[in-house]
Unconditional design. Structure first.
Lengths: 258, 266
């Protein structure tokens, strides 16, 4: 393995790390040596995820938190620093999606989505960022989406929150470049996980049409994001900042139909 | 990690324009990651030095002289690579020229030379190598075109270069669409200001003040400063290429990667 992909002894917080894409990202970072802090709301699931990472030979602990509450974020970061004394990598993965037509979206759907996807992400960046500024070094990786620039139907608050994530990524990259902190985002395409497979498989005709829009001809797997999170967390990406990297089988290339 | 190869063992790459700068760093990084490489350049004597350096470090390479803008020479290079290594997994279209001249002073010869090497060369190499990749049926072919952030954001005094690099970016997306069915991905790297002879000698004319201007923002030469406050090292472009060339990036195609210290956040 090229040494610049090595994350030995680096401390990485992964929010929403107990399942789906977040758990795969946590395992990926652990596989190249990072010590993982799994952050999620429910303690038993976070503990199970940490155990799973350890069983695969990695290092992990679970610290439960509700990232939509700043106080909870501060407690989580405090506990992390008490345990490890530093934070090298922050993966802001926690996110929710409410699938409804725009005209049926309720205020609570909007608040829930923005509270976790955007406000929660911002305060995780801010609280961890203060520590990274002291360290004069850090890697922040935000989970955005192809929905940040492409319209996807029936998820208006989600799309708006992800556009916010990509723009926030640029703002923080600009402000914190002088402290040696890289801030980038991953923009997954349609990734088939245990959380959405029932939805994807519910309508075979719709599923076929979705695949048609993906040049590589398949949905993504959580493992398709393993490489990019390692790259963005590692010294290999030291000169990359403010970018959203789309890992989407080519969905975002865009193509005029002929 | 869940079943993904992080190195380039058993991969064969062609790197065009490999005698110095970013191309040289890419060739060295690919071999350091376990790959074998054809190092191409117009200047055989200089690129042979890179091949020797790779050999000293325990890697394997083939130095090959070809002008990427001449179809017969490109085909000769691809056949030589095929004959020597038996397959081609990775193509890095890096060969490129830069002539810093104001738009009004740019000659037809400047335009033709720049477009031939930077755009037509990318087309010819990609087509020739893609055909081989399709024939060999190994899957996971990777084409990485070295464009520039000047292909997205304009610079003064670089008209032909900017137009060619913008062409490389869109060509990359078309390749990604048309070659996806063969399991070949195509992505573009957009370096920002990097510590190379091309930048230091041609763009900055060896003037430390101009270099400083590039970093801090200088309307005479560049529109924006560099948030990270320094030039890139060629190795920092090469590490992006190694990532994109590896199986870690199998689901990424048609994308443009700005490794420019935050200069172009678009």
């Amino acid at each position: 393995m090229p040494s610049y992909f090595d994350l030995s002894r680096q401390v990485a917080i992964v929010t929403g790390g107990s399942q789906g894409i977040g758990l795969t990202l946590a395992k990926s970072l652990a596989s190249v040596g990072a010590q993982i802090v799994v952050v999620n709301r429910r303690a038993p699931e976070g503990e199970a995820a940490a155990q799973g990472i350890k069983q695969e030979g990695g290092s992990a602990i679970s610290i439960p938190a509700d990232i939509s509450q700043k106080k909870s974020v501060e407690e989580m970061v405090g506990k992390t620093l008490k345990r490890y004394g530093r934070i090298d990598i922050l993966v802001n993965n926690a996110g929710v999606i409410v699938r409804k037509p725009a005209e049926e979206t309720e205020e609570k759907d909007w608040d829930l989505t923005m509270g976790i996807n955007l406000k929660g992400l911002f305060f995780c960046c801010q609280v961890v960022g203060k520590q990274m500024i002291k360290q004069k070094k850090g890697k922040i990786i935000n989970l955005s989406s192809v929905a940040a620039t492409f319209g996807l139907k029936n998820r208006a608050p989600y799309n708006a929150s992800k556009a916010g994530v990509s723009q926030l990524t640029k703002s923080l990259a600009l402000e914190w470049a002088k402290y040696g902190i890289n801030v980038n985002a991953i923009g997954p395409g349609i990734i088939r996980t245990a959380l959405n497979e029932a939805y994807i498989d519910s309508d075979p005709e719709k599923k076929r049409k979705m695949i048609q829009k993906i040049p590589l001809g398949r949905f993504g797997k959580p493992e398709d994001l393993s490489g990019i999170v390692i790259f963005l967390a590692s010294p290999a990406s030291d000169y990359l900042t403010g970018q959203t990297i789309y890992v989407d089988g080519g969905y975002s290339i865009g193509c005029l139909d002929w | 990690m869940p079943g993904i190869k992080i190195d380039l063992n058993e991969k064969v790459a062609i790197v065009t324009g490999a005698r110095r700068g970013i191309g040289r760093a890419i060739a060295l990084a690919i071999t350091a990651a376990g790959g074998q490489v054809v190092v191409n350049d117009l200047d055989l004597e200089e690129v042979e030095k890179v091949a020797e350096e790779i050999k000293r470090k325990g890697g394997e390479s083939l130095a090959y002289q070809a002008d990427v803008s001449v179809k017969e020479q490109v085909q000769g290079m691809v056949e030589a690579a095929w004959k020597k290594f038996g397959h081609i997994d990775i193509l890095i279209n890096n060969a490129s020229i830069l002539r810093a001249t104001p738009f009004l002073d740019t000659t037809e010869e400047d335009w033709d030379a720049t477009l031939s090497t930077n755009l037509k060369g990318t087309f010819l190499c990609a087509q020739s190598v893609a055909r081989k990749m399709i024939t060999q049926r190994r899957g996971n072919g990777k084409i990485i075109n070295v464009a520039s952030n000047a292909g997205k954001v304009p610079r003064t005094n670089n008209a032909a270069y900017c137009a060619a690099k913008a062409g490389v970016i869109l060509l990359t997306r078309v390749l990604a669409l048309e070659l996806a069915r063969y399991g070949i991905t195509a992505n573009a790297l957009c370096p920002g200001a990097t510590e190379t002879e091309m930048l230091v000698k041609v763009q900055a004319k060896d003037d430390p003040q101009v270099l400083e201007g590039i970093i801090r923002g200088n309307l005479e030469n560049f529109r924006a400063g560099i948030p990270l406050g320094r030039l890139a090292k060629p190795e920092e472009q090469a590490s992006m290429v190694v990532y994109l060339a590896s199986e870690m990036a199998n689901h990424i195609t048609g994308q443009t990667f700005f490794v420019d210290g935050g200069q172009t956040m678009v």
